[in-house]
Design a binder for this molecule. Structure first.
Ligand code: FAD
Length: 458
């Protein structure tokens, strides 16, 4: 248990540096039973509990609010991969296992855990489940929710919910696991999970494309999926204004194309099929040749304007370094408001066009990237002139964006969650019947409101 300020400081401030809250103590249990004892004690004393895994969340969910006496319950000591079942393709893990550590552990068994995003070196499975994290491989493998078969959790009364099952079918009542996934610690503390594993790809092909338009990009996604048998693992939107910001802050990163790509796409396909990994006529692998041929046809049809095909692991890493440096680069570039939105795929281009027009008119500089294959955009509103940030009509711009999202049947939180930053927004904009059901569930499972209060539901 940590109580002195210097040792609790890294836990009481979130990754963005924007949210901080005092904690009576940071407790670091080593097992679910210890978590249960701590929760029982807190329930008796009316002390709030803020579960914290890797503290990489960007909505202020993992730190206390100051109006409630709170402890932070860190999962960092619960970091054991309990079992890997190679035949069933599952892993049973403690909630505090770092995502990248799980990925390294299963790699030895020729398997992958396909959740992929920039913070994987620090984020932990419990945090990934609690935020239902997405990332760049969702287009093929789904969100964290889709990767989880079973959950063990401690509820607000100190009881342990034992749902550590590897079953792929189980219709014996309510899906309790899915209540806790994405609940951001407001319904209980996830202490363990059974997750799905997939075969290690035998071959990958990665390219950076300049494409004719956002609508063309979605057409390209479907064509590549059809031609290469559903192998697309990532389809990431990285347009030129964002590339410029990255190059400004990470000069060691190279521009992927010699001519700027107004609509830039990082495309990766992968396959574990032996046929796809077989040598092709040009010395590459069949899947790689297949992608090159598909891109050549797409260039001929005018959908793709230019393409850089990664011919080495080093070039592939450079492309991913570019993609994963986006958030840090935008943060380093000056103040910005970050939207994390989801849209039906057919409305993505409309959203970007209408938003860009309005944002520019009001003095903002839109910096948009996205997991385009999932219709998920990270739309940052920076200032055209950073010195004038304070005078910009940010509230009016946000309202415009949320009205537009509602009109286009989108979501105002795609993958980062609600936390503190979007709690008021949820209250104002979530469909009332759904909000009422969420409140009823919270009241039933946590009547004292000790589980991460002030987050999500306010
Ligand atoms: P934390 O930040 O510790 O916690 C997040 C929330 O979950 C908090 O509300 C916390 O109270 C709750 N919580 C944590 N552990 C538990 C538990 N065991 N039981 C119950 N509740 C718990 N997210 C994406 O989805 N996609 C991305 O592409 C992506 N890219 C990112 C890139 C960078 C550089 C950074 C910094 C973040 C990114 N994120 C992304 C956001 C973040 O990494 C994810 O939300 C991640 O899943 C959080 O995991 P964590 O272990 O850090 O959780």
């Amino acid at each position: 248990m940590l109580t002195d300020q210097p040792s609790t400081a890294t836990y009481t401030t979130d990754w963005t540096g924007k949210y901080r809250g005092d904690a009576l103590a940071v407790v670091r249990p080593a097992a679910a039973e210890e978590v249960a004892q701590i929760v029982t004690l807190c329930a008796q004393q009316g002390i709030a509990i803020v579960p914290q895994s890797g503290n990489t969340g960007i909505c202020g969910g993992s730190v206390p609010i100051d109006s409630r006496p709170s402890i932070i319950l860190s999962l960092s000591r619960m970091n054991r991969v309990r079992a890997i079942d190679r035949d069933a393709r599952t892993a049973t893990v403690d909630a505090g296992v770092v995502l990248e550590a799980l990925q390294n552990a299963v790699e030895e068994h020729d398997l992958i855990f396909p959740l992929m995003f920039g913070a994987r070196g620090s984020a932990m499975i419990g945090g990934n489940l609690s935020t239902n994290a997405g990332g760049s491989n969702v287009v093929r493998y789904g969100n964290t929710r889709d990767l989880c078969l079973g959950i063990e959790a401690v509820l607000a009364d100190g009881s342990i919910l034992n749902g550590l099952t590897g079953l792929r079918k189980d219709n014996t009542g309510y899906d309790l696991k899915n209540l806790l996934i994405g609940a951001e610690g407001t319904l209980g503390i996830i202490t363990g999970a059974v997750v799905k594993l997939y075969p290690q790809p035998k071959v990958r092909a990665t390219a950076f494309l300049s494409v004719a338009s956002l609508s063309a990009a979605l057409e390209i996604l479907n064509i590549v999926q059809d031609r290469l048998g559903n192998t697309v693992e990532a389809f990431e939107y990285v347009p030129q204004p964002v590339v410029e910001v990255i190059l400004r802050h990470f000069p060691q990163i190279r521009a992927p194309l010699s001519e700027p790509a107004n609509v830039g796409i990082l495309l990766e396909v992968a396959s574990s099929r032996t046929d796809d990994a077989a040598e092709a006529s040009d010395g590459g692998k069949a899947l790689q040749e297949g992608l090159i041929m598909a891109l050549a046809d797409l260039m001929e049809s005018g959908l793709v304007l230019d393409a850089m095909f990664a011919t080495s692991e080093g070039q592939r890493n450079d492309l991913w370094k570019l993609r994963e440096s986006v958030l840090e680069s935008i943060n380093a570039d000056g103040p910005a408001y970050h939207l994390d939105v989801a849209l039906p795929l057919s409305r993505v281009a409309d959203f970007v066009r209408i938003m860009d027009e309005k944002a520019t008119e009001l003095g903002f500089r839109p910096l948009t990237i996205g997991h385009l294959g999932d219709g998920n955009l990270h739309y940052a509103l920076a200032a055209a002139d950073p010195a004038k940030w304070d005078g910009l009509p940010l509230e009016a711009m946000k309202e415009f964006a949320f009205d537009l999202l509602a009109e286009l049947k989108g979501s105002f939180s795609a993958e980062h969650g609600i936390g503190q930053s979007k709690a008021e927004l949820l209250r104002a904009r979530k469909e009332p019947s759904q909000l009422a059901m969420m409140r009823a569930i919270k009241q039933a499972l946590d009547p004292q409101n000790i589980m991460n209060p002030g987050k999500m539901l306010v």
